[in-house]
Design a protein around this ligand. Structure first.
Ligand code: NAG
Ligand code: NAG
Ligand code: NAG
Ligand code: NAG
Ligand code: NAG
Ligand code: NAG
Ligand code: NAG
Ligand code: NAG
Length: 403
């Protein structure tokens, strides 16, 4: 089969993006059978596109997209690097425990076997506030939890105002924000941790609380946990609960809605620069972030223990009936280095965004330390890079020698 070429037609984007129903953005209709998974506006038979961010309503069939991989217990001591850059993730949760969600991927495993989440000043570009901002890293589990206990031994990064370290359980993706449970440490006050939660993407900033931990959370490791149950949510450290929210107390007597996180969610750890962005965030995190003398900041995670309150019994992936039928995949793999749009043996179709910007993303955050604003990337057409496809809010690119 001869796949489509990727087109670079600026005018088409304006037209297509105004259509909303059953339209894969850069294709203008539901995805065709041979490139069934719609993700970030493109249709593809690359399994990665059938994973997080895949839109069932715009894909060839409702089962083209993989369901969210369900939770499995694990203890992670980072002795082996189980973290894959989002660009290299194939959508199979059995192959990696974590994805690193932004490019460049600033995570490292140090000689002591601790995870280092590093943040450097991004000197490539100023942000929307005219400032240079740090570029950190976010790692997220490849599996999704619906209630569970997450415990982690952490040394925070807040050696300067503005630096934010976080441990999060959330269902946010590039396309949607929803429920989120936070533990955050800000450079403004390195002796405390802040707990917070959000429901249904509502930016209600009244749910946060402050908890004194020790004189300096950047100097020592402490063990922090979030215990998320169907009826209650607790935060704690060093084995003691410091705050509990009961679901029943979040339910409104008038509209009967409980504003309590319930969505299947990923566990994430992140460092980001709150000091150089939106004014409200900067006031909360401390500002300005000290970026003198080529400084960089590191959040350390010694280990993470994830216990799922409803652990799945199945490990096979993808579940029967989901994803790309074998006859589709095989056809394209036989056409590996041919004229199939983007190399890798996979075909991705759509209209690329017409810009020449690089992987700029100064918008890792928005709001007072809450939702990571997954950067809306712009397609890059650089040298021999033919196609740049948006996925998971970062851009994935596929290289190919000719087009
Ligand atoms: C800045 O640009 C360089 C060179 O293109 C690139 O390697 C680096 O990843 C960019 N940094 C960020 C944060 O995008
Ligand atoms: C996340 O949860 C919200 C509701 O809080 C929902 O609207 C949204 O679709 C969910 N996103 C994903 C990726 O599940
Ligand atoms: C949840 O958020 C969505 C998207 O903003 C909105 O349409 C919906 O009404 C909200 N649900 C409730 C129960 O408020
Ligand atoms: C830091 O946080 C602790 C605990 O919330 C609080 O007691 C202390 O006053 C705060 N320090 C500053 C300088 O704000
Ligand atoms: C992980 O947490 C669970 C639940 O508290 C506990 O039973 C288990 O022993 C812990 N695993 C490790 C290796 O500490
Ligand atoms: C997990 O358990 C809750 C009830 O405790 C249930 O509502 C939910 O459907 C379960 N989720 C999964 C993924 O099995
Ligand atoms: C792949 O197989 C299914 C049946 O399993 C069939 O309906 C479909 O037409 C086949 N597609 C191609 C491109 O051969
Ligand atoms: C960055 O964030 C600002 C403020 O939240 C927003 O106005 C702007 O559109 C964002 N830019 C991108 C590229 O997402």
């Amino acid at each position: 089969m001869r796949p489509y070429k990727i087109l670079f037609i600026a005018a088409a984007i304006v037209t297509l993006s105004s259509q909303v129903n059953a339209v894969c953005k850069y294709v203008g209709k539901k995805c065709p059978e041979d490139t069934p998974c719609c993700n970030g506006g493109w249709c593809s038979n690359n399994p990665a596109f059938c994973s997080t961010g895949c839109e069932p309503e715009n894909s060839f069939s409702p089962k083209s997209c993989y369901p969210k991989p369900e939770c499995r217990n694990f203890y992670e001591d980072f002795s082996k690097d189980q973290i894959v850059s989002i660009n290299d993730y194939n959508g199979d949760p059995n192959s990696f425990r974590w994805t690193s969600d932004f490019v460049p991927d600033n995570h490292a495993i140090d000689n002591d076997g601790n995870l280092n989440l590093n943040m450097y000043l991004n000197k490539n570009k100023t942000n929307d506030f005219g400032k240079y901002q740090g570029f950190g890293v976010t790692i997220s589990t490849t599996r999704w939890m619906q209630y569970g206990l997450v415990t982690a031994r952490i040394k925070t990064a807040g050696l300067s105002k503005g630096v934010v370290s976080s441990m999060v359980i959330s269902n946010n993706t590039a396309e949607t924000i929803g429920d989120e449970i936070d533990y955050e440490w800000v450079g403004l006050n390195k002796s405390e941790v802040q707990s917070n939660y959000y429901w249904n993407g509502t930016l209600d900033y009244t749910k946060g609380a402050h908890h004194y931990v020790a004189p300096d959370t950047t100097a020592e490791y402490f063990t922090y946990f979030i215990d998320w149950k169907a009826d209650s949510l607790s935060w704690g450290f060093n084995g003691k609960v410091v705050r509990t929210v009961y679901k029943k107390d979040t339910c409104s007597p008038t509209d009967k809605i409980c504003r309590y996180p319930t969505e299947m969610s990923r566990v994430a750890f992140s460092i980001w620069d709150g000091g150089m962005g939106a004014p409200g965030t900067a006031d909360w995190a401390g500002t300005p972030t000290d970026w003198s003398d080529n400084k960089f900041y590191t959040m350390y995670v010694d280990w993470v223990n994830v216990t799922c309150y409803n652990e799945t019994s199945s490990t096979s992936w993808p579940p029967e009936g989901y994803g790309i039928p074998k006859n589709i995949t095989n056809n394209n793999n036989n056409n590996g280095n041919g004229n199939n749009g983007n190399g890798n043996g996979y075909t991705t179709v759509g209209v690329n965004q017409p810009t020449t910007t690089d992987s700029e993303s100064n918008n890792q955050t928005s709001g007072p330390g809450t939702f990571k604003k997954y950067v809306v990337p712009v397609g890059a057409v650089v040298g021999s890079i033919v196609a740049t496809a948006l996925i998971f809010g970062v851009y994935k690119h596929y290289t190919k020698g000719e087009y």
